[in-house]
Design a protein around this ligand. Structure first.
Ligand code: FES
Ligand SMILES: [Fe+2]
Length: 416
């Protein structure tokens, strides 16, 4: 089913490539300029987006073995992920239930039990409180009442989503809208985690906008990807999640994997279209993740997670580099050069420009910005943010995602 979708998409991309055309949004969209700097809106986003929606917090291959754990901060909340002996990943608030100290301080490790560094309370991989020093001093209390706060967790397609609300009733598969079946084409559960890099950026939506369109590529990235890079993107959506490919037809261009050129298979019979090429391009996972393909040192993807910082003007990006196979010694230099290249492009080109937006927009006198008919990915992203902010309850969100369309932009064949 999903390979068929990939073939349908590639056929659509190649058709536009040969015709020199692209799809367009129905209209130009005006977006309130303050969406990028209003502190009240930012607070709403923390509550209604980051503490209600499933957030992609890890690739499964970051915790490949029983007992592996990861700690991560997401929008001010400290989260602990732990893979149990049963190989199930569970997520908890990384907060000791005695007096609130952070339990795991390392980014990654392997433990069968987590002992709090403050007074030594100990929790098992299922979050149960199993050890209390001098427990007689706590009177008649039931340890079962003091387990770690568990968070809804879902591992699928080799990726891990967590809802940072222990009381959530949001249905994660409904939220994924079938996009997880598309992502499963990569086979990430068999891949390996290689490296990560973390750095700051401007407002999370200014930063994330750059992952949602190709319009800026030949201008902003002229010195790195080339002034002959594509500026055309085709956008396919499953609920709020979007995949971007380009109808550019230059063969062997340096942007082929990352931006999803289908030129290299355009003249081959469809039966010879290989899975690697069919998955090329950018896969964004709402609300704040982008997965982009690369080929340096072997087949890999950069998973970029763009999280809000402490204020409306700050974001924190972590790039996770995962690869189909661990690069062998002769490929490690090429892989590291690829990671350096991608980090440099994002920091020195995208985010350096994003900071100028952050600085100048509030005092510019502009009450809106424009998203062109060629910036459909950004239009959809901001429309989805507005829909989520407008939804009052998890039940409303479940309805919203259940009713959203899957495979938007893929032409339906007459036979279907
Ligand atoms: S705060 Fe963790 S044991 Fe006291
Ligand atoms: Fe960019």
């Amino acid at each position: 089913m999903s390979r068929k979708n990939l073939v349908d998409i590639a056929r659509h991309v190649i058709g536009h490539g040969k015709a020199g055309t692209m799809e367009q949004a129905d209209d130009v969209m005006k977006l309130k300029a303050s969406t990028y700097y209003d502190p009240d809106q930012f607070d709403q986003e923390l509550d209604k987006i980051f503490h209600r929606l499933p957030i992609l917090v890890a690739a499964g291959c970051e915790l490949p073995n029983a007992g592996d754990f990861k700690s991560i901060e997401v929008a001010g909340s400290s989260i602990l992920l732990s893979r149990g002996k049963d190989m199930t990943v569970r997520a908890f608030m990384n907060t000791c239930t005695h007096r609130g100290a952070a339990l795991a301080r390392e980014d990654y490790g392997n433990k069968s039990r987590f002992t709090c560094p403050y007074h030594g309370w100990t929790f098992n991989q299922k979050g149960r409180l199993v050890g209390v020093a001098a427990s007689q001093d706590f009177g008649d209390f039931d340890k079962a009442d003091y387990g770690l706060k568990a968070l809804p967790t879902h591992e699928k397609a080799g990726l891990i989503w967590v809802v940072i609300n222990p009381d959530s009733t949001l249905d994660i598969p409904t939220f994924l809208s079938g996009y997880d079946d598309m992502l499963a084409n990569f086979g990430f559960d068999e891949w390996v985690y290689v490296s990560k890099r973390t750095f700051k950026g401007p407002n999370w939506k200014i930063a994330y906008d750059g992952y949602l369109e190709y319009y800026h590529i030949p201008t902003l990235h002229g010195a790195t990807f080339g002034t002959d890079s594509t500026n055309r993107g085709l956008y396919y959506a499953w609920g709020p999640h979007q995949h971007i490919k380009s109808p550019a037809m230059e063969k062997g261009h340096s942007a082929t994997e990352t931006l999803g050129y289908m030129a290299d298979i355009a003249d081959k019979p469809e039966t010879d279209w290989d899975n690697d090429t069919l998955t090329f391009g950018v896969w964004t996972v709402f609300p704040c993740t982008s997965i982009a393909c690369f080929a340096g040192g072997g087949r890999g993807v950069m998973i970029s997670q763009i999280l809000p910082g402490k204020t409306v003007e700050e974001s924190i990006t972590t790039q996770y580099y995962i690869m189909e196979k661990m690069p062998v010694p002769e490929d490690i230099d090429a892989a590291n050069a690829q990671f350096d290249f991608l980090q440099e492009v994002v920091m020195r080109e995208d985010y350096a420009t994003g900071y100028t937006i952050q600085q100048s927009l509030p005092k510019s006198g502009m009450d809106h910005i424009l998203l062109g008919r060629n910036e459909l990915g950004n239009q959809r992203f901001h429309q989805w943010c507005a829909k989520v902010l407008a939804a009052d309850t998890d039940a409303d969100l479940n309805t919203l995602f259940a009713e959203s369309e899957r495979g938007v932009g893929i032409p339906k064949l007459a036979a279907e």
